[in-house]
Write a protein that binds this ligand. Structure first.
Ligand code: ADP
Ligand code: ASP
Ligand code: MG
Length: 407
Protein backbone atom coordinates (compact mmCIF):
# COMPACT_ATOMS: atom_id res chain seq x y z
CA UNK A 1 0.00 0.00 0.00
CA UNK A 2 1.41 3.46 -0.83
CA UNK A 3 2.59 5.55 2.10
CA UNK A 4 1.82 9.25 2.34
CA UNK A 5 3.36 11.72 4.80
CA UNK A 6 1.38 14.83 5.71
CA UNK A 7 2.92 17.52 7.91
CA UNK A 8 0.83 20.17 9.67
CA UNK A 9 2.54 23.34 10.92
CA UNK A 10 1.74 25.33 14.06
CA UNK A 11 -1.11 27.43 12.65
CA UNK A 12 -2.68 24.34 11.11
CA UNK A 13 -3.04 22.69 14.53
CA UNK A 14 -3.54 25.91 16.54
CA UNK A 15 -6.89 24.89 18.10
CA UNK A 16 -9.31 21.98 18.45
CA UNK A 17 -11.20 22.91 15.26
CA UNK A 18 -8.04 22.90 13.15
CA UNK A 19 -6.85 19.66 14.71
CA UNK A 20 -10.13 18.08 13.63
CA UNK A 21 -9.71 19.52 10.11
CA UNK A 22 -6.22 18.05 9.85
CA UNK A 23 -7.45 14.72 11.24
CA UNK A 24 -10.18 14.66 8.62
CA UNK A 25 -7.63 15.18 5.85
CA UNK A 26 -5.56 12.27 7.14
CA UNK A 27 -8.64 10.04 7.30
CA UNK A 28 -9.56 10.97 3.73
CA UNK A 29 -6.13 9.80 2.55
CA UNK A 30 -6.53 6.58 4.51
CA UNK A 31 -9.96 5.91 3.02
CA UNK A 32 -8.42 6.51 -0.42
CA UNK A 33 -6.23 3.47 0.24
CA UNK A 34 -3.04 4.99 1.62
CA UNK A 35 -1.02 4.30 4.73
CA UNK A 36 -0.83 7.67 6.46
CA UNK A 37 1.92 9.18 8.59
CA UNK A 38 1.22 12.58 10.11
CA UNK A 39 3.92 14.88 11.41
CA UNK A 40 2.76 17.76 13.58
CA UNK A 41 4.28 20.92 15.00
CA UNK A 42 3.55 22.51 18.34
CA UNK A 43 0.19 24.33 18.47
CA UNK A 44 0.22 27.98 17.31
CA UNK A 45 2.96 29.99 18.99
CA UNK A 46 3.68 27.37 21.68
CA UNK A 47 7.40 27.13 20.85
CA UNK A 48 7.82 30.91 21.14
CA UNK A 49 5.97 30.89 24.45
CA UNK A 50 8.18 28.13 25.83
CA UNK A 51 11.28 30.06 24.76
CA UNK A 52 9.92 33.12 26.47
CA UNK A 53 9.21 31.13 29.62
CA UNK A 54 12.77 29.83 29.76
CA UNK A 55 13.99 33.41 29.34
CA UNK A 56 12.09 34.37 32.49
CA UNK A 57 13.83 31.68 34.50
CA UNK A 58 17.37 32.19 33.28
CA UNK A 59 19.42 34.24 30.83
CA UNK A 60 21.67 31.26 30.13
CA UNK A 61 19.53 28.15 29.71
CA UNK A 62 21.33 24.86 29.19
CA UNK A 63 20.87 23.75 25.58
CA UNK A 64 19.97 20.25 26.70
CA UNK A 65 17.19 21.49 28.99
CA UNK A 66 15.99 23.88 26.32
CA UNK A 67 15.48 20.95 23.94
CA UNK A 68 13.72 19.04 26.70
CA UNK A 69 11.40 22.02 27.16
CA UNK A 70 10.71 22.79 23.48
CA UNK A 71 10.03 19.17 22.59
CA UNK A 72 6.99 19.21 24.89
CA UNK A 73 5.09 21.44 22.43
CA UNK A 74 4.97 18.76 19.75
CA UNK A 75 4.08 16.11 22.31
CA UNK A 76 0.85 17.94 23.13
CA UNK A 77 -0.09 18.10 19.43
CA UNK A 78 0.48 14.42 18.67
CA UNK A 79 -1.70 13.25 21.55
CA UNK A 80 -4.55 15.60 20.63
CA UNK A 81 -4.29 14.62 16.96
CA UNK A 82 -4.55 10.93 17.87
CA UNK A 83 -7.63 11.69 19.98
CA UNK A 84 -9.22 13.59 17.09
CA UNK A 85 -8.72 10.62 14.77
CA UNK A 86 -10.12 8.23 17.42
CA UNK A 87 -13.11 10.54 17.76
CA UNK A 88 -13.81 10.08 14.04
CA UNK A 89 -13.77 6.31 14.52
CA UNK A 90 -10.33 5.47 13.14
CA UNK A 91 -7.22 3.98 14.66
CA UNK A 92 -4.22 6.17 15.32
CA UNK A 93 -1.19 6.15 17.54
CA UNK A 94 1.05 9.04 18.58
CA UNK A 95 4.82 8.67 18.72
CA UNK A 96 7.60 10.94 19.97
CA UNK A 97 10.86 11.28 18.04
CA UNK A 98 12.53 8.86 20.44
CA UNK A 99 9.75 6.31 20.01
CA UNK A 100 10.18 6.20 16.23
CA UNK A 101 13.93 5.89 16.69
CA UNK A 102 14.72 9.24 15.11
CA UNK A 103 18.39 9.30 16.01
CA UNK A 104 20.32 12.56 15.73
CA UNK A 105 23.76 13.88 16.59
CA UNK A 106 24.14 15.68 19.92
CA UNK A 107 24.05 19.27 18.71
CA UNK A 108 21.23 20.53 20.89
CA UNK A 109 18.94 23.06 19.16
CA UNK A 110 20.47 22.35 15.71
CA UNK A 111 20.70 18.56 15.67
CA UNK A 112 21.04 16.62 12.43
CA UNK A 113 19.20 13.40 11.72
CA UNK A 114 21.41 10.30 11.53
CA UNK A 115 18.85 7.55 11.10
CA UNK A 116 15.21 6.61 11.56
CA UNK A 117 13.82 3.22 12.56
CA UNK A 118 11.29 2.81 9.75
CA UNK A 119 10.47 -0.75 10.88
CA UNK A 120 8.55 0.38 13.95
CA UNK A 121 6.39 2.80 11.96
CA UNK A 122 5.77 0.21 9.23
CA UNK A 123 4.53 -2.29 11.81
CA UNK A 124 2.01 0.24 13.11
CA UNK A 125 0.92 1.21 9.59
CA UNK A 126 0.43 -2.45 8.72
CA UNK A 127 -1.92 -2.74 11.70
CA UNK A 128 -4.10 -0.17 9.92
CA UNK A 129 -3.28 2.77 12.15
CA UNK A 130 -2.53 6.37 11.28
CA UNK A 131 0.89 7.06 12.82
CA UNK A 132 1.33 10.54 14.25
CA UNK A 133 4.93 11.60 14.81
CA UNK A 134 6.13 14.61 16.81
CA UNK A 135 8.01 16.95 14.48
CA UNK A 136 11.24 18.81 15.21
CA UNK A 137 12.57 16.35 17.79
CA UNK A 138 14.85 13.35 18.03
CA UNK A 139 17.13 11.64 20.46
CA UNK A 140 20.91 11.25 20.52
CA UNK A 141 22.81 8.05 21.20
CA UNK A 142 22.66 8.73 24.95
CA UNK A 143 18.87 9.20 24.88
CA UNK A 144 19.08 12.98 25.31
CA UNK A 145 16.20 14.71 23.56
CA UNK A 146 17.38 16.96 20.75
CA UNK A 147 15.64 19.42 18.42
CA UNK A 148 16.34 20.09 14.76
CA UNK A 149 16.25 23.92 14.69
CA UNK A 150 13.29 26.27 14.27
CA UNK A 151 10.95 25.05 11.57
CA UNK A 152 12.45 21.57 11.87
CA UNK A 153 9.16 19.65 11.62
CA UNK A 154 9.42 19.98 7.84
CA UNK A 155 12.68 18.05 8.02
CA UNK A 156 11.13 15.34 10.22
CA UNK A 157 8.40 14.92 7.60
CA UNK A 158 10.62 14.70 4.54
CA UNK A 159 13.11 12.44 6.31
CA UNK A 160 10.26 10.10 7.28
CA UNK A 161 8.96 10.15 3.70
CA UNK A 162 12.43 9.12 2.52
CA UNK A 163 12.79 6.40 5.18
CA UNK A 164 9.35 4.95 4.32
CA UNK A 165 9.72 5.19 0.54
CA UNK A 166 6.74 7.57 0.24
CA UNK A 167 6.00 8.90 -3.24
CA UNK A 168 5.60 12.47 -1.96
CA UNK A 169 5.60 14.57 1.19
CA UNK A 170 2.88 17.15 1.79
CA UNK A 171 3.64 20.19 3.96
CA UNK A 172 0.34 21.78 5.03
CA UNK A 173 0.78 25.36 6.16
CA UNK A 174 -0.88 28.78 6.49
CA UNK A 175 -0.05 29.98 2.96
CA UNK A 176 -1.16 28.22 -0.22
CA UNK A 177 2.35 27.56 -1.46
CA UNK A 178 5.79 29.04 -1.93
CA UNK A 179 5.62 32.64 -3.14
CA UNK A 180 8.08 34.77 -5.10
CA UNK A 181 8.72 36.57 -1.77
CA UNK A 182 7.23 36.42 1.72
CA UNK A 183 3.63 37.55 1.06
CA UNK A 184 3.58 39.23 4.47
CA UNK A 185 6.33 41.58 3.30
CA UNK A 186 5.49 41.87 -0.39
CA UNK A 187 1.73 41.98 -0.96
CA UNK A 188 2.27 41.64 -4.75
CA UNK A 189 4.09 38.31 -4.33
CA UNK A 190 2.81 35.47 -6.53
CA UNK A 191 2.46 31.77 -5.84
CA UNK A 192 4.98 29.59 -7.69
CA UNK A 193 3.51 26.38 -9.16
CA UNK A 194 6.74 24.39 -9.31
CA UNK A 195 10.30 25.06 -8.22
CA UNK A 196 13.55 23.11 -8.29
CA UNK A 197 15.15 21.73 -5.14
CA UNK A 198 18.23 23.89 -5.78
CA UNK A 199 16.28 27.14 -5.94
CA UNK A 200 14.12 26.25 -2.93
CA UNK A 201 17.16 25.28 -0.90
CA UNK A 202 18.67 28.70 -1.52
CA UNK A 203 15.41 30.55 -0.84
CA UNK A 204 14.90 28.63 2.42
CA UNK A 205 18.50 29.14 3.55
CA UNK A 206 18.34 32.84 2.72
CA UNK A 207 15.20 33.61 4.70
CA UNK A 208 12.08 32.04 3.12
CA UNK A 209 10.86 30.43 6.34
CA UNK A 210 8.07 28.57 4.57
CA UNK A 211 10.30 25.45 4.46
CA UNK A 212 13.12 24.31 6.72
CA UNK A 213 16.20 24.27 4.48
CA UNK A 214 17.31 20.79 5.55
CA UNK A 215 13.96 19.33 4.50
CA UNK A 216 14.83 20.36 0.95
CA UNK A 217 18.25 18.72 1.24
CA UNK A 218 16.51 15.45 2.18
CA UNK A 219 14.00 15.85 -0.64
CA UNK A 220 16.76 16.36 -3.16
CA UNK A 221 18.97 13.57 -1.86
CA UNK A 222 16.21 10.95 -1.83
CA UNK A 223 14.16 12.28 -4.76
CA UNK A 224 11.03 13.02 -2.70
CA UNK A 225 8.78 15.64 -4.33
CA UNK A 226 7.57 18.08 -1.65
CA UNK A 227 4.12 19.65 -1.98
CA UNK A 228 3.73 22.87 0.03
CA UNK A 229 0.03 23.70 0.33
CA UNK A 230 -2.70 25.26 2.42
CA UNK A 231 -4.29 23.33 5.27
CA UNK A 232 -7.54 25.23 4.70
CA UNK A 233 -8.23 24.46 1.02
CA UNK A 234 -7.82 21.64 -1.50
CA UNK A 235 -6.06 23.87 -4.03
CA UNK A 236 -2.78 22.62 -5.42
CA UNK A 237 0.17 24.41 -3.86
CA UNK A 238 3.81 24.45 -4.93
CA UNK A 239 5.69 21.35 -6.06
CA UNK A 240 9.36 21.30 -5.06
CA UNK A 241 10.98 18.83 -7.42
CA UNK A 242 13.78 18.02 -9.84
CA UNK A 243 13.58 19.81 -13.19
CA UNK A 244 10.22 21.60 -13.05
CA UNK A 245 8.93 22.58 -16.51
CA UNK A 246 10.48 25.74 -17.94
CA UNK A 247 13.05 25.84 -15.16
CA UNK A 248 15.80 27.54 -17.17
CA UNK A 249 13.53 30.23 -18.63
CA UNK A 250 13.04 32.08 -15.37
CA UNK A 251 16.04 34.24 -14.55
CA UNK A 252 14.99 35.31 -11.06
CA UNK A 253 12.60 32.92 -9.29
CA UNK A 254 12.25 34.68 -5.99
CA UNK A 255 13.62 37.22 -3.53
CA UNK A 256 14.26 36.86 0.18
CA UNK A 257 15.13 38.82 3.22
CA UNK A 258 17.04 37.51 6.19
CA UNK A 259 16.77 39.97 9.01
CA UNK A 260 18.84 39.96 12.16
CA UNK A 261 22.25 39.88 10.58
CA UNK A 262 25.37 41.44 12.06
CA UNK A 263 28.99 41.77 11.10
CA UNK A 264 32.36 41.76 12.82
CA UNK A 265 35.34 43.52 11.22
CA UNK A 266 39.03 43.35 12.09
CA UNK A 267 40.86 46.41 10.83
CA UNK A 268 44.63 46.37 10.28
CA UNK A 269 45.61 42.76 10.90
CA UNK A 270 49.12 41.69 9.84
CA UNK A 271 49.20 40.48 6.22
CA UNK A 272 50.85 37.14 6.87
CA UNK A 273 50.08 33.43 6.58
CA UNK A 274 47.94 31.90 9.31
CA UNK A 275 45.92 34.93 10.42
CA UNK A 276 42.67 33.92 8.69
CA UNK A 277 43.17 30.31 9.77
CA UNK A 278 43.55 31.35 13.42
CA UNK A 279 40.45 33.58 13.32
CA UNK A 280 38.14 31.09 11.67
CA UNK A 281 39.40 28.11 13.66
CA UNK A 282 38.48 29.99 16.81
CA UNK A 283 35.08 31.02 15.45
CA UNK A 284 34.29 27.51 14.19
CA UNK A 285 35.28 25.93 17.51
CA UNK A 286 32.43 27.91 19.13
CA UNK A 287 30.04 26.63 16.43
CA UNK A 288 29.35 30.16 15.21
CA UNK A 289 28.04 30.04 11.65
CA UNK A 290 29.66 32.57 9.34
CA UNK A 291 27.59 33.75 6.38
CA UNK A 292 30.31 35.27 4.25
CA UNK A 293 33.83 36.60 4.56
CA UNK A 294 35.50 39.56 2.88
CA UNK A 295 39.24 40.23 3.07
CA UNK A 296 40.78 43.41 1.69
CA UNK A 297 44.44 44.40 1.64
CA UNK A 298 45.48 47.92 2.63
CA UNK A 299 48.60 50.02 3.29
CA UNK A 300 50.35 48.71 0.15
CA UNK A 301 49.95 45.14 1.28
CA UNK A 302 51.21 45.61 4.85
CA UNK A 303 47.87 44.92 6.52
CA UNK A 304 44.50 43.30 5.87
CA UNK A 305 40.94 43.93 6.96
CA UNK A 306 38.70 40.93 7.46
CA UNK A 307 34.93 41.20 7.84
CA UNK A 308 32.39 38.43 8.24
CA UNK A 309 28.62 38.50 8.55
CA UNK A 310 26.99 36.47 11.28
CA UNK A 311 23.41 35.92 12.45
CA UNK A 312 22.51 38.26 15.31
CA UNK A 313 21.84 35.38 17.73
CA UNK A 314 25.56 34.44 17.49
CA UNK A 315 26.83 38.00 17.59
CA UNK A 316 27.52 38.27 21.33
CA UNK A 317 29.68 35.19 21.26
CA UNK A 318 31.40 36.37 18.07
CA UNK A 319 32.11 39.71 19.74
CA UNK A 320 33.78 38.00 22.70
CA UNK A 321 35.93 35.76 20.47
CA UNK A 322 36.69 38.62 18.11
CA UNK A 323 37.96 40.89 20.88
CA UNK A 324 40.39 38.19 22.02
CA UNK A 325 41.65 37.60 18.48
CA UNK A 326 41.98 41.33 17.82
CA UNK A 327 44.21 41.61 20.92
CA UNK A 328 46.27 38.57 20.00
CA UNK A 329 47.10 39.93 16.53
CA UNK A 330 47.31 43.54 17.62
CA UNK A 331 44.53 44.52 15.23
CA UNK A 332 44.21 48.31 14.84
CA UNK A 333 40.47 48.19 15.46
CA UNK A 334 37.66 45.69 15.95
CA UNK A 335 34.14 46.72 14.94
CA UNK A 336 30.75 45.11 15.49
CA UNK A 337 27.56 46.01 13.61
CA UNK A 338 24.21 44.51 14.53
CA UNK A 339 21.64 46.26 12.34
CA UNK A 340 22.02 44.49 9.00
CA UNK A 341 19.82 42.32 6.79
CA UNK A 342 20.62 40.10 3.85
CA UNK A 343 18.67 40.67 0.67
CA UNK A 344 18.92 37.97 -2.02
CA UNK A 345 17.59 37.13 -5.45
CA UNK A 346 17.62 33.49 -6.51
CA UNK A 347 17.17 31.78 -9.87
CA UNK A 348 18.65 28.92 -11.85
CA UNK A 349 18.29 31.00 -15.02
CA UNK A 350 21.13 33.20 -13.72
CA UNK A 351 23.53 30.46 -14.82
CA UNK A 352 22.89 31.45 -18.41
CA UNK A 353 21.92 35.13 -18.12
CA UNK A 354 24.17 38.03 -17.24
CA UNK A 355 23.29 41.45 -15.89
CA UNK A 356 21.25 40.35 -12.87
CA UNK A 357 23.75 41.73 -10.36
CA UNK A 358 24.03 45.04 -12.23
CA UNK A 359 20.24 45.35 -12.26
CA UNK A 360 19.98 44.57 -8.56
CA UNK A 361 22.54 47.25 -7.71
CA UNK A 362 20.81 49.79 -10.02
CA UNK A 363 17.50 49.18 -8.23
CA UNK A 364 19.07 49.68 -4.81
CA UNK A 365 20.89 52.80 -6.02
CA UNK A 366 17.65 54.27 -7.35
CA UNK A 367 16.12 53.69 -3.89
CA UNK A 368 19.21 55.37 -2.32
CA UNK A 369 19.93 52.21 -0.35
CA UNK A 370 23.56 51.62 0.51
CA UNK A 371 25.06 48.17 -0.04
CA UNK A 372 27.24 47.10 2.87
CA UNK A 373 28.53 43.94 1.23
CA UNK A 374 27.93 41.82 -1.85
CA UNK A 375 28.22 38.08 -2.29
CA UNK A 376 27.30 35.82 -5.17
CA UNK A 377 27.10 32.16 -6.04
CA UNK A 378 25.96 30.39 -9.18
CA UNK A 379 22.24 31.00 -8.63
CA UNK A 380 22.20 33.71 -5.91
CA UNK A 381 23.12 37.37 -5.61
CA UNK A 382 23.02 38.78 -2.09
CA UNK A 383 23.58 42.22 -0.63
CA UNK A 384 23.84 43.24 3.00
CA UNK A 385 21.80 46.37 3.70
CA UNK A 386 20.65 48.24 6.80
CA UNK A 387 17.65 46.63 8.50
CA UNK A 388 15.71 49.88 8.22
CA UNK A 389 16.01 49.76 4.40
CA UNK A 390 15.42 46.04 4.01
CA UNK A 391 11.67 45.78 3.44
CA UNK A 392 11.59 48.67 0.99
CA UNK A 393 14.54 47.14 -0.86
CA UNK A 394 12.79 43.75 -1.10
CA UNK A 395 9.66 45.34 -2.53
CA UNK A 396 11.67 47.36 -5.06
CA UNK A 397 13.56 44.28 -6.24
CA UNK A 398 10.39 42.23 -6.50
CA UNK A 399 8.89 44.90 -8.76
CA UNK A 400 12.02 45.50 -10.85
CA UNK A 401 12.45 41.80 -11.63
CA UNK A 402 8.71 41.59 -12.46
CA UNK A 403 8.21 38.70 -10.08
CA UNK A 404 4.50 39.40 -9.73
CA UNK A 405 4.01 38.49 -13.40
CA UNK A 406 3.11 34.96 -14.42
CA UNK A 407 6.32 33.12 -15.39
P1 ADP B 1 4.26 26.30 9.52
O1 ADP B 1 4.00 26.55 10.96
O2 ADP B 1 3.09 25.76 8.77
O3 ADP B 1 5.51 25.49 9.29
P2 ADP B 1 5.72 28.73 8.93
O4 ADP B 1 5.31 29.93 9.69
O5 ADP B 1 6.94 28.00 9.36
O6 ADP B 1 4.48 27.73 8.86
O7 ADP B 1 5.89 29.09 7.38
C1 ADP B 1 4.85 29.75 6.69
C2 ADP B 1 5.15 31.23 6.62
O8 ADP B 1 6.34 31.44 5.85
C3 ADP B 1 4.12 32.06 5.89
O9 ADP B 1 3.10 32.48 6.76
C4 ADP B 1 4.92 33.20 5.31
O10 ADP B 1 4.75 34.42 6.00
C5 ADP B 1 6.37 32.78 5.46
N1 ADP B 1 7.12 32.90 4.22
C6 ADP B 1 8.37 33.44 4.10
N2 ADP B 1 8.78 33.43 2.85
C7 ADP B 1 7.81 32.87 2.11
C8 ADP B 1 7.65 32.56 0.72
N3 ADP B 1 8.61 32.84 -0.17
N4 ADP B 1 6.52 31.96 0.32
C9 ADP B 1 5.54 31.66 1.20
N5 ADP B 1 5.62 31.93 2.53
C10 ADP B 1 6.73 32.52 2.99
N1 ASP C 1 7.62 24.00 16.70
C1 ASP C 1 8.91 24.22 16.08
C2 ASP C 1 9.09 25.70 15.75
O1 ASP C 1 8.21 26.49 16.03
C3 ASP C 1 9.14 23.37 14.88
C4 ASP C 1 8.22 23.63 13.71
O2 ASP C 1 7.18 24.26 13.83
O3 ASP C 1 8.53 23.16 12.61
O4 ASP C 1 10.12 26.09 15.25
MG1 MG D 1 7.52 26.02 9.53
Amino acid sequence: MPVTVQKFGGTSVADAYRIHLAARRAIRAKLAGKQVVLVVSAMGDTTDRLLDLAGRVTRHPSKREMDMLLSTGEQVSIALMAMAIHEAGHEAVSMTGAQVGLLTDSRHSEARIRSINAGRIRELLDQGRVVIVAGFQGVDENFNITTLGRGGSDTTAVALAAALGAAECELYTDVDGVYTADPRLVPAARKIDAISYDEMLELASLGAAVCHARSIEFGKKYGIPIHVRSSLTDNPGTMIMDNPPGMEDVVVRGATLKRDMGRITFVGLPNQPGVAAAIFDEIASREIVVDDIVQTVSEQGRSVNIACSIESRDLNEARAVGELIAQRFDSRAFEVQDDLARLSVVGIGMRSHSGVAAKMFRVLAAEKINIENISTSEIVISALVRQTDAERALQALHKAFELEREA
